[in-house]
Design a protein around this ligand. Sequence first.
Ligand code: KG4
Ligand code: ZN
Length: 358
Amino acid sequence: MSLILGIETSCDETAAAVVEDGSIVRSNVVSSQISRHAVFGGVVPELAAREHLASIETVVDAALKEAETTIPSLDAIAVTNGPGLMPALLIGLNFAKSLAFSNSLPLIPVNHFIAHIYGSFLDGKTEMPGLKETYPLLALVVSGGHTALLLIMPDSSSEIVGTTLDDASGEAFDKGAKIMGLGYPGGPAIQKMSRGGNIAKFAFPRALTGSAGKALSPENRFNFSFSGLKTSLLKHCKKFGGEMKDAKFASDTAASYQEAICDVLFRKTLDAADYFSAATIVLCGGVACNSALREKFPKGVPGGIKLITAKPEYCTDNAAMIAACAWRCLETSERKYDIDAFSRIDKLERLPFVVNVR
Ligand code: KG4
Ligand code: ZN
């Protein structure tokens, strides 16, 4: 039995979790700073760092206590070292470094983007990746920072086959909600406002899908773009400023806007799954909490493809997914503490990926 303490501070959640054998969540503590950032309509990096600093010790203590364990009983400490907001990342990374160093424990740096995928394999909900019939595995990672399709093969190789050319889908929700005056974070706010709304009432654009008579260039077949959609909503809200005060009109707008995002995510994923003969589709990241998206996938994914959707509590940022991802590297982990943080991954086309063949 192995126990890993995960620490996550890449954005506006200070999180710590203890995970047993890469999938049994013994504790999962998340301290959200949402209310501190809401007044600014988005996450302020320096403020996030200050908040992480104030709460990290309490959050880690709470995770150890809830897991009924202590630091000497741990096998390793895992920490997000990127991608994310640099000032925020540095708080978690330095805290984890000192904790690991002073207790002579291995420190495992974790890629937050990859870790989102492991959020789908927690609590023994589904079998672990590694079984041959699971691959090729296509992961749609949709969050505030990313919107990408990652293809993972049985030999552990992985490749980002599609990414966003501008905004992430989470940003499309957050910025869309700001335009509609619905507050932050935008995803849950738009989802709530869209309840009872007509998804077909307004035809918001579906970028890079070849719809509306626009030719789709082959290199963008699996890429996304959401900035035009946001502009379209802005124009809509300016044009119908008066009408937007009407609850039904606002709800139809929110529902149509949400549908434009979900429709593109769904269509692109299915097209990529077909093209790469995927055996499994994994849906993860904060936007995967969205109820419209969660309904759309099971209805439309062909029977031959297995769909794995992360539980909502493991879709948004958490440290259980960090510990779960790190478990795949436990055997090769070292007592090495000179680890740097990185803010972006988009320069990498191929990512190292450790598949757990059991
Ligand atoms: O994964 P996450 O917690 O943080 C990042 O790694 O970015 O994702 C946060 C994003 C935010 O943009 C938020 O608006 C979005 O996830 N989100 C949602 C929902 N809940 C959170 N988007 C759509 N519908 C939701 N229910
Ligand atoms: Zn995230």
